[in-house]
Design a protein around this ligand. Structure first.
Ligand SMILES: Nc1nc2c(ncn2[C@@H]2O[C@H](COP(=O)(O)OP(=O)(O)OP(=O)(O)O)[C@@H](O)[C@H]2O)c(=O)[nH]1
Ligand SMILES: [Mg+2]
Length: 392
């Protein structure tokens, strides 16, 4: 599945850079072009793989390239004012070759949080393709302001995109890492999942392999209808065969083909359970998902049909959804069997609820401090609630 990618703000640019690096490392080709936006020129200079000519500074008349300092309302205003300039990012891009547009942003800060939904809205007016957000939620210890920004931005992002892939920094922070290290390893986890999802859709389109291969329409259909999604992933290393490869037929000397089949089935179903019950990009109640997609990757001889069907059925049981798709992603050179599970349109997540309630508190405090704070508590609650009402 070909994607045209946009990174807004620092987190947005970093994750976009990480996706480009992952794409290079895995010899894949699904990003048709990459554009980065910021109100801070230093952050644009710090990018690595986003082409120089695709780094767009906006709001420079007002903030002179110094950023908006976590003021997401200001960022949204500047993005609106400079919307033509933002759209110039697609000028040289081969837009018609993209199956979908992807907008990356950290939702807790200023620039990405405020400007990403504005960019989505303007792209949506012009292009036919689905527009997906990749929204990063702040960890609780980043403070109430970040939660408030994220609560507002998440709702706005969901409203103007065709789906938001959520990633929760709070769930992925490891103790002992400094912030930069932590972001780097989180970005790796996120782009591996997105990379597998997009690359799997690519194989199907080239028609190079079997009929159960995932194609881009399955990804798009899983995301259809909007909402927030979460992704789980788990992989198991394969035993090396005498021939030096990881082929299951290499094990034939030692056992019957039925025991090989059993090994393959066990591996795939176990990794499926680990993917769903382990750490998801956004922790949530799995049974609140509306749709699902199971992608099993690995050397073709390990991609057992029965196992993939069993995994798909198991995800149906866990989600209570009748709409779970399944398919494979053959990787002849790989020494792993991996299972990716995309859960679409999840409606219950304690982490989103927490961001929302901290956000409501912070908004209430802010208004009370405000000089013209004539807003009653009820009114304050309503402002934030309005934006999140339909979600949780
Ligand atoms: N996962 C991840 N999160 C990041 C990264 N960089 C920043 N963040 C988080 O993203 C959120 C927003 O921060 P930034 O992206 O720096 O903010 P910005 O969009 O540049 O906005 P301003 O700097 O306030 O104008 C915060 O919650 C950060 O913790 C990153 O590389 N990876
Ligand atoms: Mg910034």
């Amino acid at each position: 599945m070909k994607v045209l990618c946009f990174g807004v703000g620092q987190a947005g640019g970093n994750v976009l850079d990480a996706l480009l690096r992952y794409e290079q490392r895995t010899n894949a080709d699904y990003v048709v072009d990459a554009v980065a936006y910021n109100t801070a020129s230093a952050d644009l200079r710090g990018l690595d793989l986003v082409p120089e000519e695709n780094r767009i500074l906006f709001g420079a008349d007002e903030v002179s390239g110094h950023g908006v300092g976590a003021d997401n309302e200001l960022a949204a205003e500047l993005a609106e004012r400079d919307s033509r300039q933002l759209l110039r990012g697609t000028d040289g891009a081969p837009t018609s070759t993209a199956d979908a547009f992807l907008i990356f942003a950290g939702l807790g800060g200023g620039t990405g949080s405020g400007a990403a939904p504005v960019l989505a809205k303007h792209l949506n007016r012009i292009y036919e393709q689905p527009i997906y957000g990749v929204g990063i939620l702040p960890a609780a210890d980043e403070g109430a302001l970040y939660s408030r920004n994220a609560a507002r931005s998440l709702k706005a992002f969901v409203d103007v995109t065709d789906h938001v892939f959520a990633f929760d920094n709070g769930a992925w922070a490891e103790s002992g890492e400094d912030v930069a290290q932590a972001h780097e390893s989180m970005n790796e986890e996120l782009v591996r999942r997105l990379g597998i999802l997009f690359a799997s859709g690519e194989v199907g389109e080239s028609g190079s392999v079997g009929e159960s291969v995932v194609d881009s329409s399955e990804v798009i259909n899983t995301l259809r209808g909007g909402g927030i999604s979460t992704i789980g992933y788990a992989a198991s290393e394969l035993p090396e065969s005498d021939g030096g490869g990881f082929s299951i037929s290499g094990l034939l000397g030692g056992g019957s083909s039925s025991s090989d089949e059993l090994d393959s089935i066990n591996r795939i179903t176990t990794q499926t359970r680990k993917a769903v019950l382990g750490r998801l990009t956004l922790p949530c109640d799995v049974d609140s998902a509306s749709r699902g997609l199971v992608v099993v990757s690995g050397p073709p001889e390990w991609l057992n049909r029965k196992a993939i069907e069993r995994s798909r059925t198991w995800v149906e049981e866990q989600t209570g959804s009748m709409e779970v798709r399944g398919g494979d992603y053959p990787l002849p050179e790989s020494n792993h069997v991996g299972v990716l599970v995309l859960l679409g349109d999840v409606s219950r997540s304690d982490r989103v609820a927490e961001v929302r309630s901290t956000g409501v508190e912070a908004e209430r405090d802010r208004r009370q401090r405000d000089a013209d704070a004539d807003a009653s508590e009820d009114k304050t609650e309503a402002v934030v609630d309005d934006r999140l009402d339909s979600l949780f």
